[in-house]
Design a protein around this ligand. Structure first.
Ligand code: 0O2
Length: 208
C-alpha cells in the first residue's frame, strides 16, 4: 500500500517536472541557434558552454516550506521560479549583456525579473546576472508558459561561484569569517581579471 503511494507520488512529480525539462530543451535550442548564428555572422562564439538543471522534488518542497506555502504543484509553478535553471558561461562581461539582450528580445520570451549581481555583486563577492523569464512549451493540450531562471556569468565568475558553493556546503552554510574574507578578496581579483581580459580583447579587436 505504502509502496503504491510512493510510486504514485513519483509518477506525479515526473509528470510535473517533465514540462520544465521541455522548457530547458527549448532554451538549449534557442541558445544553440543564437551561438551558431553569431559564429557565422561575427566569427565569434559568445557562449563558452551551457549547463542546465532541474530542481529536485525535495528542494522544491523545502523552498515552498521556507516561504510558508502549502505543498502543491500549483504553488510550485506559481512561486518557485527556478525549477528549471540554465547557466550560460561566456568569456567577457560584455557577452553577458549581449546574450541577455538576445534572449530577452525574442518574441516568445517574457522577462519577469532581472537581478544584476555583476553591476551590484552580493556582499560575499558573488557575481552573475540572473534573469527569470517565461517561455511557452507546446504540449499536446496546448501551450504552457513556464518560468526559467537564466544565470549568465564569465568563466572567471563561474570558477569563483563553483568553489564558493562547495565551501558553503562544506561548512554547512556557515563559512568562517577568515575564509569569507579571503573569498571576497578572490572575488575582487576575478572582477579585476575580467576587466583586464576585456581590455585586452578590445585592444586585439582594434588591431589593423
Ligand atoms: P542551486 O543549486 O544553484 O539552484 P529566490 O528565493 O530564488 O527568489 P534567491 O535564492 O536568493 O531567491 O535568488 P538568487 O539570489 O537569484 O540566487 C539563486 C541562485 O543563484 C542560487 O540557487 C545559486 O545558484 C546562485 N547564487 C546566489 N547567490 C550565490 C552565492 O552567494 N554563491 C554562489 N555560489 N551561488 C549563488 P540555489 O537555489 O541556492 O542553488
Amino acid at each position: 500500500m505504502r509502496e503504491t503511494c510512493i510510486d504514485q507520488t513519483m509518477k506525479e512529480w515526473t509528470k510535473f517536472l517533465i514540462t520544465y525539462k521541455f522548457a530547458l530543451d527549448e532554451m538549449r535550442t534557442k541558445l544553440t541557434i543564437l551561438n551558431e548564428e553569431f559564429q557565422i555572422m561575427h566569427d565569434y562564439n559568445p557562449i563558452e558552454h551551457i549547463k542546465t538543471r532541474l530542481k529536485k522534488p525535495d528542494s522544491i518542497v523545502g523552498k515552498l516550506k521556507s516561504k510558508s506555502l502549502a505543498i502543491s504543484y500549483e504553488n510550485a509553478q506559481l512561486h518557485i521560479r527556478d525549477i528549471a535553471g540554465v547557466r550560460i558561461i561566456c568569456s567577457f562581461t560584455t557577452d553577458i549583456y549581449n546574450i541577455l539582450d538576445l534572449i530577452c528580445s525574442q518574441d516568445d520570451v517574457r522577462v519577469l525579473e532581472i537581478r544584476d549581481y555583476v553591476k551590484n555583486p552580493k556582499p560575499n563577492g558573488y557575481q552573475s546576472l540572473h534573469a527569470i523569464i517565461e517561455i511557452p512549451v507546446f504540449l499536446s493540450g496546448g501551450a504552457k508558459h513556464l518560468a526559467v531562471e537564466v544565470q549568465i556569468r564569465t568563466i572567471a565568475m563561474d570558477f569563483w561561484a563553483s568553489l564558493e558553493h562547495k565551501i558553503y556546503y562544506k561548512y554547512n552554510k556557515g563559512i568562517p569569517s577568515s575564509i569569507q574574507h579571503r573569498l571576497k578578496e578572490t572575488a575582487d581579483i576575478v572582477a579585476a581579471l575580467d576587466s583586464k581580459m576585456l581590455a585586452l580583447q578590445n585592444e586585439i579587436e582594434n588591431l589593423p
